[in-house]
Design a binder for this molecule. Structure first.
Ligand code: NAP
Length: 241
């Protein structure tokens, strides 16, 4: 039986690492875990040593357009296909009202949060085509849901994720065999979640990494091609775009 192959970006820590951790107990599974600096991805290497799944730590910087191409070549050679690509890497580094948000912040967030998933999909779609259940998942946010209208001042982050949501909608429209969805992981107590919580006057982000990654893996396991592209939260509720 061929292994189920996952590729997860931003796997060095936070939600990305938690997803790798959750999947690592599965046999007949290969996880390509993207890190900006694989040599320093100590937690991933330690997990790899005791994991039932095969974990391959690969260099993936969302700002580097060559990295996903190199990783796709490696996966093609080693596995011949990829089943699940999770565009998880992301930044949220500016919180403040629209009137004060520097244009450079829009650019910075767009470079990682929007262009990153685009380049990732461009590099991996041919490998996804070879899967029986090709799945592309974007870690998005209610901060990008116009319907939800969160009260937090996240213009640079939110617009970059809205653009990435649109990319997911195009993947759904242009690849009728693919399962492509955006998912809000909750307000999760990773570094990003806790930094945002602090900026918004909260002690820490309320959702745990365990509940978030459990929910996302369940969505992937149970995922099926939907008539309309979906924006889920990690508990399986549909969000408005
Ligand atoms: N936490 C939340 O409450 C929350 C809510 C909504 C959406 N999300 C989304 O969930 C995803 C994961 O967030 P998180 O909470 O786990 O964040 P995090 O704790 O800040 O971790 C971010 C991860 O992304 C990686 N990363 C950052 N810039 C990168 C780049 N240029 N290239 C490649 N990797 C890069 C980081 O790598 P390094 O370790 O090398 O820095 C790290 O592994 C993000 O897309 C985020 O927008 C999170």
């Amino acid at each position: 039986m061929t292994a189920t192959v996952y590729l997860i970006t931003g796997a060095n820590r936070g939600i990305g690492y938690s997803l790798v951790h959750r999947l690592s107990t599965r046999s007949n599974t290969t996880i390509y875990a993207g890190a900006r600096n694989p040599a320093q991805a100590t937690a991933l290497h330690e997990l790899s040593a005791k994991s039932a799944a095969k974990i391959v730590v690969v260099k993936l910087d969302s700002l580097n357009t060559q990295d996903p191409k190199d990783v796709a070549k490696q996966i093609e050679k080693e596995e011949g296909k990829v089943d699940v690509v999770i565009a998880n890497a992301g930044i949220a580094k500016y919180f403040g009202p629209l009137t004060e948000t520097p244009l450079s912040e829009f650019q910075d967030h767009f470079d990682v949060n929007t262009k990153g998933p685009i380049v990732l999909f461009q590099a991996t779609h041919a490998l996804l085509e070879k899967s029986n259940k090709p799945t592309f998942v974007l870690l998005s946010t209610t901060g990008a849901s116009i319907d939800t209208a969160v009260p937090f001042p996240v213009s640079a982050y939110g617009t970059s994720k809205i653009a990435a949501n649109f990319v997911v909608a195009r993947i759904h429209a242009e690849h009728p065999k693919f399962i492509a969805f955006a998912v809000h992981p909750g307000f999760t107590n990773s570094d990003m979640g806790n930094e945002a919580a602090e900026a918004f006057g909260m002690e820490k982000a309320p959702n745990t990494l365990e509940e978030t990654s459990t929910g996302i893996v369940k969505l992937i396991d149970e995922g099926k091609r939907e008539e309309k592209v979906k924006f889920w939260d990690f508990e399986g509720n549909t969000l408005g775009w």
